[in-house]
Design a protein around this ligand. Sequence first.
Ligand SMILES: C[S@@+](CC[C@H](N)C(=O)[O-])C[C@H]1O[C@@H](n2cnc3c(N)ncnc32)[C@H](O)[C@@H]1O
Ligand SMILES: [Zn+2]
Ligand SMILES: [Zn+2]
Ligand SMILES: [Zn+2]
Ligand SMILES: [Zn+2]
Ligand SMILES: [Zn+2]
Length: 1004
Amino acid sequence: MDVEKTTTTKQAIEESFPIVEINRLAVPERNAFKPIYQMHKWFARRASCVFRAILLSAMKPSGTDIMQEFYKDHTNDQDTNGKVILDPFMGGGTTVVEALRLGCKVIGIDLNPVAWFIVKTEVEPVGIDKLKQAFKDLENRKISSGKTLKEELLSHYKTECSCCGNKDADIIYTFWVKSAVCTNPLCKKEVPLFSNYVVAQKSPSIRFYKDVKCPLCAKTFDWEIEPASLIAESSLTINNPIDSCGLGRGNKRHSLSAKNDVKCPWCEKTQTPRLSATKKERKKVVLSVVYCPHCASIFQYRGTVPENVSCPLCKFEFNPQTGNVPDKGKFVCPSCGNKDQIIKSIRSLPNNQLLPTNPYAIEGYCQNCSGDDIEEEIEEEGLFGETIKKTTIKKNVTHLCQLTKNNGKFFKKVDSADIERYQRTLKCWEKEKDNLPYPKQEIPDGQETHRLLEHHYLYWHQMFNPRQLLCLSILLKAIDEEPDWTMKEMLLSAFQLTLESNNMFCSYRENAGGRSPFAELFSRHDFQPKIDPCEINVWGGLATYGPFISSFGKTIKGKMFNINPFDWKHNSSGRTKIISKERFDGRNGDLLCQSSTSFKLERNSVDFVITDPPYAGNVNYSELADFFYVWFRLVLLKKYPHFSPEITSKCEEIVENATRGKSIKDFEQGLTTVFHESNRVLTDNGLLIFTFHHSEGKTWESLLESICNSGFEIWAIYPIHSESEQSLNIRHEQAISFDLIHVCKKRTNNSIDKRSWAGVRQEIRKKAREEVKLIESGRYGNEPLSPPDIQIILTGKCLELYSAHYGNIVDYENNPVPLQQALKEIKAMVDQIISPEEDFPLQMEDIGLESYVWLRYLSWYKTEIKSDDVNKAVKGILDVQDLLDSGLITKGRAKRGRTYEVKQPQQRLPEILEKFQDVPMPQTNLFGEVEAVKTKRKIYFADKIQLLLALIMNKENILPWLERFRGESPQVRVALQFISKKSKELAPYAKRIIEIMDVGPLFK
Ligand SMILES: C[S@@+](CC[C@H](N)C(=O)[O-])C[C@H]1O[C@@H](n2cnc3c(N)ncnc32)[C@H](O)[C@@H]1O
Ligand SMILES: [Zn+2]
Ligand SMILES: [Zn+2]
Ligand SMILES: [Zn+2]
Ligand SMILES: [Zn+2]
Ligand SMILES: [Zn+2]
């Protein structure tokens, strides 16, 4: 028997957590994950700093400065090395990776084979040089056409450079548009689904001389020494007469020349202008690439795009902002004027037919026009006539080029040569497809996939165009030919990101600001079909987002992280990277692909369960992951049995999903089972720690229920949020959504003695007040916590006492107090304790939730009140419906019922009096506490106050009523004092009642 284990020293996380510091690190981390977490796509990833801090706080004794530990090297740390950590929902592997860094033994489980594969390749020990070699081998692998893989894949994405005529320019993006088939039976024309005709918008910054003067006509203009252009042909640019000069340059004229001969934009003569200043300046120029719906040309607009534009080639006039998609999901036919839903057009097609889709623009890259250095091998004759091989670097721009400034990138129309090349690729696919690996499974119906079927995507391969299928399957085949399995898996791991960005569900944001304009399939967690898909380049001529060369670059960076992990440290100038000496490898990890509803692990074998469980139906992991699974399976099937099913198994998944008949109850039950298993395998002092999203609503409640039902008590709750402390302080009145860290302990109190809720409530209140003091004295660091943070922490503390007696807490009638009710009362208690309202008296804690909300937030309203304000007042303590049921407020008449009215005392008098008929006396309950007994209709404390007010307003005698409410005199008095401060109208009456109370000694 291990003696040490039975002595109960507390762990740091049981007492505190560095909330402010970790939030500060988590916000930027979520915008740019560390390289190891960027190697793959997994859904709803968490910031790793949160898990490093959780792990350290779990393993270090209380009193440890966790932020100091955060940056230490734990390679030889008795507190962390060899500790057994279990993550039953490992997903993208955050807990696994972070625990391995600390030298723990990790058991990671996920039902989903894609998640399992992702984590496996994250932690797999591989040599970087060997990996780079595997990539080189792949690049140069000879494929059936006789070309190398790289040559073959690039050859399908070539176009002619519209500047220098180079036929070997690479396609970066191909822009496609779907067409609806007009649903008017007399028309049936194809309607291209352009929502507008602006293809792309950018604002490059160029150098220029300001206000130079023409020596001939003496007028001034901007002399630009660099071109601002997204297209190659200068004749295809239209200048907006009002603002084409550039941001901040108003309606000045401008002229481009890199040399001293400049054409004056006024007199059109070429000369050398006089400079007003010798310094060059910079300015941004707004450029838009526009598609002409009449002649299909691509031209450029410089300055704001107006409503009426005339195509420089065919002179057709149109508004570039209005296409054939008047509203989302609708089309309007330009031929017959018919307006209908796009989905109706799809339904009118045969079931296996997709909407026609055509390319309409290309963005290309020409190395000749890029201005980049080009390495060239030349042979020279040496002194003695021998040949010497030399590499020289030359700048290849030998022509007048508009594109160099744009790094050789250019937009162009899709010309007949492009169509011809694409046709050739199609033929190639038809010829080769039987010998190539690609998924042939049907898409199963599901919550997310239903949409695909509705849009006639019946097979997974239909999500790709034939060019993408050809290139992806050639690539996959070449990866499969890698002889070393580990290397094969690493290459396959890079293939995942390439899949995500090479399908017809990717899109291009024409105006992306500073961000990447390209959005891959799962930039949203669904399968939303796109009317204007954007295709990239599978291998990649340029390392933009998504081609295989970029994905592989991420694999390398990810694997470097195994050897050189780092953390971020916040400081005044932003953040700095702290390189860590910790090394890790997957051999300390046991990764299992199975359901966590039963672990097959021994009792008492795990020190900590640390996880991030699924969140109801928020993400349908398995439905989404099937997109990757069907491709991975083609290779991994040979080695891993969990890749043998045609599609991932879904029956054991813990999720809310109506199409599979899984309700929120099933979700709750699933979680309970896993928590139950966790309880079994945890040591007695072990902790279950997990993150879970919180917003007002039932999902969180059912989670708390799950914890309590599986033998845990909630020990602490810490908030993690995505907002800065400042904005939280401002927004404290509103409901905010958090991720919460839940710290749970095995419930040790197994007594079956009943506890009274009134008594526990007293303890809870005491505990919450103590905690407030601890918070103020710096328990969570020197920096102040925001009110919403404090609210969450206190709620956690209150839940601790409730959950410790879970199942044994009863009300005065000996009925169990359900968690939902307890939670509401706890929230009201906490609201009051941290209340920024100084006037609100503390004696008011037991007046009931409806009365509390009414008195505290609503009692002084006379007019209509916005539903938003009511929601704020209710804040999860109650549902608005509870207030409506209580009769304290009614639905307002204004704004179509989106307002409420607070009922006034005199208006309510008859109904209150009616309630008071036949009320039994207060009774003593079985714990000796006095509780009001229920009547047919509930009497609220607020009713009593309103009754007194109404009677005094009607000049009636209130003494018998005061006598009747004598037991609550102190509360009545402070409530009236509060009202007299808050309401001008009610103040005289409230004061009058207090005077009467003062006279009668009984009421003091
Ligand atoms: C919220 S994710 C974990 C995300 C992870 N923390 C990360 O940062 O990437 C939840 C995971 O639970 C998995 N899951 C759902 N039901 C499961 C079950 N019965 N057994 C094991 N894993 C399950 C899903 O496949 C999903 O990967
Ligand atoms: Zn060129
Ligand atoms: Zn001139
Ligand atoms: Zn035109
Ligand atoms: Zn029509
Ligand atoms: Zn050029």
